[in-house]
Design a protein around this ligand. Sequence first.
Ligand SMILES: Nc1ncnc2c1ncn2[C@@H]1O[C@H](COP(=O)(O)OP(=O)(O)OP(=O)(O)O)[C@@H](O)[C@H]1O
Ligand SMILES: Nc1ncnc2c1ncn2[C@@H]1O[C@H](COP(=O)(O)OP(=O)(O)OP(=O)(O)O)[C@@H](O)[C@H]1O
Ligand SMILES: [Mg+2]
Ligand SMILES: [Mg+2]
Lengths: 258, 258
Amino acid sequence: QPNIIAVANQKGGVGKTTTAINLATALAAIGKKVLIIDLDPQGNASTGFGIDRSKRKLSSYELITGEADIAAVLAPTAVPGLYIIPSTIDLSGADTELVTMSRRAYRLRDTLEFDPSLGNFDYVLIDCPPSLSLLTLNALTLAQSVLVPLQCEFFALEGLSLLLRTIERVKSTYNGSLAISGVVLTMFDKRNRLSDQVAKDVRGYLGDVVFKTVIPRNVRVSEAPSHGKPALLYDHRCSGSQAYMRLASEILKRERKA
Amino acid sequence: QPNIIAVANQKGGVGKTTTAINLATALAAIGKKVLIIDLDPQGNASTGFGIDRSKRKLSSYELITGEADIAAVLAPTAVPGLYIIPSTIDLSGADTELVTMSRRAYRLRDTLEFDPSLGNFDYVLIDCPPSLSLLTLNALTLAQSVLVPLQCEFFALEGLSLLLRTIERVKSTYNGSLAISGVVLTMFDKRNRLSDQVAKDVRGYLGDVVFKTVIPRNVRVSEAPSHGKPALLYDHRCSGSQAYMRLASEILKRERKA
Ligand SMILES: Nc1ncnc2c1ncn2[C@@H]1O[C@H](COP(=O)(O)OP(=O)(O)OP(=O)(O)O)[C@@H](O)[C@H]1O
Ligand SMILES: Nc1ncnc2c1ncn2[C@@H]1O[C@H](COP(=O)(O)OP(=O)(O)OP(=O)(O)O)[C@@H](O)[C@H]1O
Ligand SMILES: [Mg+2]
Ligand SMILES: [Mg+2]
C-alpha cells in the first residue's frame, strides 16, 4: 500500500500546492509511482500540471461523494509515473454538503481505502485548501502523515500551533496512525532577516521535525505554473527545483530509518 | 452610516490581512473613524494590532451567533480613531455551525445592520478568510463593496474569475447593492517579469476597476506584525506604508466621484 501524505496548512499562500506539485515530480523523477489528489476547489495543482478545466470531467469531488473510484477520475500528467486526480469547481460546495452527510470525516477514506488502484502507487500526495474545513479533515483522516509547508513569515508562524493541535485532535478522534512527516520551510529569502528569525524559531520549537532542506524563494518556481509545468520540468537547474529534489531524497531517507 | 468594505479573495496569502490592517490605519491617519472586523479564525488582523489572544474574550464569533453587539466586542487599537472586533479560535467552528442555522448568510448583517454603534464609524473593513465559505458569504452580504487584494502571481490570477463570479452571485441572491470597490495589486516586485505580466493581464481584463496604486513587496511590511503594529506605525517612511497611504487617498477620491 502507498505512503499517503496530506500537504496541509490552514494559513494561505505558504506553498502547499507548489510543494505538492514539485515534491510529487521529484519523487517520480527518482522512480517512484506517484498520485497527487487535488482537494482544493481552486484547482491550482491541476492547473500546475496543465490539466485544462474543460478536460476535468470527473474529479476529487466524485471521490468525496463516493460516485466514482480512482480508475474513473485518474488523469496522466506530462511526468512519467505521475498521475493526478484533478479538482473542479464542484468541490467548492463540498464543505457545506459534507456537513449533513453521514461519516462526513471519513468519505475520502471510505472511497479509497479498499480501491484496488491504490496499490499501483508508492506515494499519494493530497493538496489541501487553506482551511481546517471538512475537506482538509477528510485528507487528514485518510493520510498516514502530514507534510506542513511553512512560509518564513510571522503570520505563518502564528498559525503553526493551531495546526499542530488540530493534527493531534484528528489523531485521537479519527485516525490513530496519523504522524507528522515534517515541516518544510518555504520561500526562504537569505537577504531577509525575518526569514532567518522564523527558521531559528521553528527549529528551536520543533527540532528534527523540521526538514534540513529549505526551499528558497525562486522566481522560476512561481513562473512554472503559467506554463502548465512543475518547476522540475520548466527549469530543473534552478535553486527551487534542486531544493525539491533534495527534499524528496530527505523524505526517502526518513522513510528508510522509520 | 459607514462605508462597509469586505477585503476578500479565496486565494490564500495574497495580502488580505496586510491590506485590511494598513488601509484601515491609513484611513484613520487621514482622520476617518474606522472599524476593522477580523472574520478569519486565524486571527492575523487581531495579532497585527498586538491584541493578545488572552484579551480576546468576546469576538466576531459572538456577532455571528447574535450573542453580542458591537459595543460588547469592540476593542481599541494603538491607532487613534481605529477600533477592532478581534477573532478567536471559536470562529473556526463557525463555518460548520452556520450550515444548519436559520438565515445563515445574513447572520452578520442581522446583528449589525441596526446596531447604533455602527454610526460612530466612517469606514468598516472586514478581513475575510481564504475561502468562499459561509463566513466570507456573511461579509459579502453585509458589505456595500468588495476590495480584492491580488498578488502579482499566476495562481492568484487564476482565482480571480471565480471570485468575480461569486460576487455576482451574491449580488443577485443576497445583496443587491454589492459593488466592487476595486482590485489592488500586492507584493509587486519590479525585478520580476511575472509581476509585470500579471499586472498587465489584470489591467487589460478589468481596466479602471484596478487601483492605480500598486503595493510593492517590502520586507518592512512583513516585519511589522511581529511587533504588533501596522506598517504605518512600525515604519511610516517605507515604500509599503507610502503605498497604503496612496491607496487610502485613491479610495477617498473614488468615493467623492461616485
Ligand atoms: N519557492 C518559491 N519561490 C517563489 N515563489 C513561490 C515559491 N513557492 C511558492 N511560490 C509562489 O507563492 C504563491 C503561493 O504558493 P502556493 O499557491 O503554492 O501556496 P498555497 O499554500 O498552495 O496557497 P493556497 O493557500 O491558496 O492554497 C504562488 O504564487 C507560488 O507560485
Ligand atoms: N507588500 C508586502 N510586502 C512584503 N510582504 C508582504 C506584503 N504584503 C503581505 N506580505 C506578507 O505576505 C504574507 C501574506 O500576506 P497576508 O497574510 O496579509 O495575506 P492573506 O491574504 O491575508 O493570507 P490568508 O489567505 O492566510 O488570510 C504575510 O506573511 C505578509 O506579512
Ligand atoms: Mg494551494
Ligand atoms: Mg489573512
